[in-house]
Design a protein around this ligand. Structure first.
Ligand code: HEC
Length: 250
């Protein structure tokens, strides 16, 4: 009898641990791995097209900012894939993809961007080099300014798309991107000048991640009404954070 009780107690305790772990889990981990792969693919294609349209090396400066942002976003998506519970089934060499994203982000000319892009395509297709560090810090994968520019671009696409959901697959990806970028947002608290306000920053960026994940799910269910209302909440969350933490003079 005693034994059974202690077994039950142990079971209850371990179940409790599992539940807490779930509650702490990142909302992006509940997105289908296919959505994350699709976003990685979006960024790889974006860089590939930008480089194809390039006439000469001297023009690289004109697309460098865009390539940098795409590379940073790709690095973040790769790391989200690496942490996802279904990472193994993704057939992506996620650590290599992160490294390639960083190389795209930092490329100073078209030739190095092309080399980095080739590495990204290989990693996306599951070819692991064996040299990439398993994980890295979230902070620094993409700069705050670039992160906000990407979030703003994807959010403006959503603003137009969310009402009608004409291309749900594409519109969903914009929400996935915002969700994914909200992860390093939470980790990068350098904009918070008063230490006691760090928890507020973390709460707001966590909320941004949660709302964007919900939005992606509403879009994939073709639920335009929910999508619109979640998008409005997301818009409020941007403003709330800007009011508190954005310092215009920077
Ligand atoms: C957790 C806080 C936080 C959230 C949430 C947030 N932002 Fe920001 N945002 C900032 C800070 C801080 C800056 C200024 C930093 C910088 O630009 O380097 C900024 C800057 C910006 C900028 C100006 C970028 C530039 O050119 O400098 C845009 C545009 C922007 N955010 C859009 C958005 C949108 C759209 C959302 C919501 C979908 C959002 N942000 C959510 C904190 C936040």
């Amino acid at each position: 009898m005693i034994r059974l009780t202690s077994v039950l107690l142990l079971l209850t305790l371990s179940l409790a641990t599992v539940t807490t772990a779930r509650a702490d889990e990142m909302p992006v981990n509940t997105l289908p791995i296919a959505d994350l792969k699709a976003e990685a693919d979006y960024q790889v294609k974006y860089v590939s097209e930008a480089l194809q349209n390039l006439e000469g090396d001297d023009k690289y400066d004109g697309i460098r900012k865009k390539v940098k942002r795409a590379g940073g976003t790709l690095a973040v998506v790769a790391q989200v894939i690496a942490h996802h519970p279904e990472a193994a089934s993704a057939n992506v060499a996620a650590a290599d993809l992160r490294v390639a994203g960083i190389a795209i982000r930092d490329a100073q000319d078209a030739a190095s961007a092309k080399t980095a892009l080739e590495a990204a395509v290989k990693a996306y297709n599951g070819e692991a080099s064996g040299n990439a560090e398993e994980s890295s810090e979230w902070k620094g994968l993409i700069g705050m300014h670039d992160m906000m520019e990407v979030i703003n671009f994807r959010s403006s696409r959503l603003r137009r798309g969310v009402r009608r959901l004409k291309n749900p697959d594409e519109e969903k990806l914009h929400a996935v991107a915002i969700a994914v970028l909200s992860v390093p947002m939470k980790a990068d608290t350098h904009e918070v000048k008063v230490e006691a306000e760090i928890p507020d920053w973390q709460k707001m960026s966590r909320e941004s991640q949660e709302l964007a994940v919900k939005l992606a799910k509403a879009i994939s269910e073709n639920d335009a009404d929910s999508a619109q209302s979640i998008f409005d909440q997301l818009g409020k969350s941007c403003k709330e954070c800007h009011t508190k933490f954005r310092h215009e003079e920077e």
